[in-house]
Design a binder for this molecule. Structure first.
Ligand code: HEC
Length: 155
């Protein structure tokens, strides 16, 4: 759209002003993209983790195929998360990450590895279709979420 023409008045002028304001913010930085990426992954992971939790808690009947499908997805997502905690995301607003993480990176990474390992085990166990074992593996994984959130996620 050409905004410089003298007849660009009224609605068109308003549109140009608005477009200018948006452009002034610029495209999202590398860090902002990484933050969005990690939040999106957590959303996808939680979406799939939820139905397993409902089954594990006996709120809905156990469906082995459904449980195994969700477990596979969580195991696929878990190893992708680390990338979202790139150094560029430090100091960004709109994040619930506690700044303490940056001084405890090794501990944070170990907690992330726990999630990766236990969600992989969960997916393997879930494929065998045994409810008691799947349930135990589910809570093992859920504990890794809690361990990290308690320490590194602001409420
Ligand atoms: C190694 C640490 C760690 C582990 C393990 C972890 N999380 Fe998180 N989670 C975080 C942090 C840190 C945030 C805050 C991210 C931010 O706002 O920058 C977060 C945020 C979230 C969010 C909110 C995302 C948003 O849109 O703001 C959800 C949902 C979530 N986690 C679910 C889970 C689930 C489910 C698990 C386990 C299956 C899990 N997390 C395991 C550290 C972890």
């Amino acid at each position: 759209m050409k905004c410089s023409r003298p007849f660009a008045i009224g609605l068109l002028a308003t549109t140009c002003l608005f477009a200018g304001a948006v452009q002034a913010d610029g495209p999202p930085s590398k860090g902002e993209q990484a933050l969005k990426y990690r939040k999106s992954l957590y959303q996808v992971m939680a979406w799939n983790f939820g139905p397993m939790g409902a089954m594990a808690q006996g709120k809905v009947p156990y469906d082995a195929a459904e449980f195994a499908k969700r477990a596979d997805r969580v195991a696929l997502i878990a190893p992708m998360l680390s990338e979202g905690f790139a150094a560029e995301t430090r100091h960004l607003p709109h994040s619930d990450l506690k700044p303490a993480m940056w001084a405890n990176r090794a501990d944070f990474d170990a907690k992330m590895k726990d999630l990766v390992d236990r969600s992989a085990t969960l997916a393997t166990v879930a494929r065998a279709g045994d409810f008691a074992k799947s349930k135990a593996a589910f809570f093992d994984t859920a504990n890794t979420c809690k361990a990290c959130h308690d320490k590194y996620r602001a409420d």
